[in-house]
Design a protein around this ligand. Structure first.
Ligand SMILES: [Zn+2]
Length: 232
């Protein structure tokens, strides 16, 4: 069994990061989860505030949404399946984040996808932009089926919009899902500005490939420094 204490600390750190990033709505509504390395269960913030997450607010669930350990508040119980469906549908993801970050949620409330027109999205792997999952009451079967359909229809996404509701991001780790939410929110804000200037200009598909390859090659090369320290 993985060290649950350490993994709960990782959830608390991710909660702290997303609140301190300033991308949340004033209510600080949100929740996040982390899949255990064993791949068969996940930790979820099932109560309390992300601004002051405590270990006792983080419950452990099986991938079918069955509670294994912990206490779940009513608002937490509502959203268990919203997280579980991501892990059941896309096994490569290890973390899920849900917020109402306002610029992205503006697109969700308008029922409009966020186009992949901003380089940061492409570099982050969101080549297909951020599609919309049709509305259903949060965590309901209808909503979960809509999320699953989007996850199956789009390979190159790390986020989707919950129509009339908010944002769901997912990545290889919960920390990466937090960063994905930050990229989505930044992208939504910038594309909204672009729309006031005549509309976001799509990145040509061959340039999307070039952008991904260039970022990957620099990442693989790692940091470098001068061989002799500057004498300045
Ligand atoms: Zn919500």
């Amino acid at each position: 069994m993985a060290d649950l204490k350490t993994l709960r600390e990782e959830v608390i750190e991710a909660s702290r990061q997303i609140v301190s990033s300033g991308i949340m709505t004033k209510s600080l509504h949100g929740n996040l989860s982390l899949k255990l390395p064993s791949g068969d269960a996940f930790l979820l913030t099932a109560g309390g505030s992300l601004a002051d997450m405590q270990p006792e607010n983080i419950a452990l669930f099986a991938l079918d949404g069955t509670l294994i350990e912990g206490t779940v508040m009513p608002v937490g119980a509502e959203i268990v399946q919203m997280h579980a469906i991501v892990y059941r549908t896309r096994p490569e993801f290890g973390g899920v984040v849900h917020t109402h970050s306002p610029f992205a949620t503006g697109f969700a409330v308008a029922g409009k996808e966020i186009p992949g027109a901003y380089e940061a999205m492409v570099r982050n792997g969101m080549v297909e932009g951020v599609p919309v999952a049709g509305y259903g009451p949060r965590g309901s079967q209808q909503s979960v089926e809509n999320i699953e359909a989007v996850l199956r229809a789009h390979e190159a996404i790390k986020a989707l919009l919950l129509e009339n509701h908010g944002v769901l991001t997912f990545a290889e780790s919960v920390g990466a899902a937090v960063r994905a939410n930050q990229v989505v929110e930044e992208s939504a804000e910038i594309i909204l500005y672009a729309n006031n200037l005549g509309g976001a200009k799509p990145i040509p598909s061959e340039m999307i490939t070039a952008t991904r390859e260039r970022a990957a090659s620099f990442s693989a090369a790692g940091a470098y420094s001068s061989e002799t320290p500057s004498q300045a």
